[in-house]
Design a protein around this ligand. Structure first.
Ligand code: ADP
Ligand code: MG
Length: 309
């Protein structure tokens, strides 16, 4: 933050002949914090040292007052602090409490990797979750966060959230991801139908397998809205199958949300591919992995989207 001080010193130099300058300096030395600092450090400060430090003292007080008045400073988010530097008073800039909180918040956000997810889940919280019709799911979600963070190396069965459109499945996934993020756990939430389209569009490019690789290795994975699109054999076996196989082997928690229950998912979604061919054995194999990874929870309730503008 040295350049901030230098910039201010420049400004001060230019103002040096301002007739108010001496008064400003005098006022600055009247500041309680400045007085205390000089008193606490009097052993290392002669009168001459103090006089030489005038512009720093002025800088400290003026920046401090600017912050108090809510005005923008040269280094927003940083508070000035008086320090003793080689027998002179100096100003250093330290992150303010607000900045530290904001950075923590940002770090939490950064732990939730969302791919094609709606923005409003960013602030989804389990504490705000309306429990009606979803007591069991909410309770299991809370339990998962506690148990996983207590023993992240152990296998924890995640949740398969089933319910009709708008009951809050995606919101609950977001709330779990945010709850985990607060405990330092990284997760990836992806809207499965959009992900499948992206995979198809990128067939053959390096990006496809890199993306699949990232998704399969993420500590906690959430596949949102599985079953909402038409599945091709390729997506089922080479994308979804590969991801789930890896996660089962490595015992990595994997959540799902779907309009379909597990039986419907197997029969309606996984069995018949987009060319109309029935492949029940392949569907069964995927379903075994899903059942291993997640326990089914049914969420009932009104469609919350209808009540929103
Ligand atoms: P689904 O994924 O089941 O279709 P969503 O999770 O998208 O439903 O929820 C529908 C809407 O209702 C969203 O705008 C979401 O933010 C809101 N919502 C859902 N559950 C809650 C809740 N418990 N508290 C507050 N808002 C909610
Ligand atoms: Mg949803």
């Amino acid at each position: 933050m040295k350049d901030v001080g230098e910039q201010l010193a420049e400004k001060l130099k230019k103002r040096n002949w301002n007739k108010n300058y001496r008064q400003l300096i005098r006022d600055a030395f009247e500041d309680e914090e400045v007085k205390n600092f000089i008193r606490d450090n009097q052993a290392g400060l002669s009168q001459e040292d103090i006089a030489k430090s005038a512009s720093k003292v002025y800088e400290f007080v003026s920046v401090k007052n600017k912050i108090k008045r809510g005005e923008e400073t040269l280094a927003p988010g940083y508070d000035p602090q008086l320090t003793l530097n080689n027998h002179l008073i100096d100003v250093t800039y330290v992150p303010s409490e607000a900045l530290i909180i904001q950075k923590k918040r940002q770090a939490i956000y950064n732990r939730v990797h969302s791919i094609n997810m709606p923005k409003d889940i960013r602030d989804a919280e389990l504490a705000d979750y309306d429990l009606e019709g979803r007591e069991l799911a909410a309770e299991a979600a809370g339990r998962f966060i506690v148990e996983y963070t207590n023993a992240p190396k152990k296998f924890h069965r995640a949740m398969y959230l089933q319910g009709s459109f708008g009951v809050g499945k995606t919101y609950l996934l977001g709330a779990i991801a945010n709850g985990l993020a607060e405990e330092g756990v990284t997760s990836t939430l992806l809207h499965f139908p959009s992900f499948a389209v992206e995979m198809k569009n990128s067939i053959g490019s390096n990006g496809t397998m890199k993306m699949v690789d990232e998704v399969k290795r993420t500590p906690v994975l959430m596949l949102d809205d599985i079953g909402a699109d038409q599945l091709s054999s390729w997506i089922r076996d080479d994308i979804l199958g590969v991801i789930l196989q890896y996660r089962m082997q490595e015992e990595l928690p994997t959540f799902f949300s779907s309009n379909l229950d597990m039986i419907q998912l197997e029969k309606q979604y996984l069995t018949t591919n987009n060319r109309g061919e029935a492949e029940p054995l392949k569907a069964k194999r995927i379903m075994e992995r899903i059942r291993f990874l997640a326990e089914e929870f049914r969420i009932v309730g009104r469609n919350r989207r209808q009540f929103k503008k």
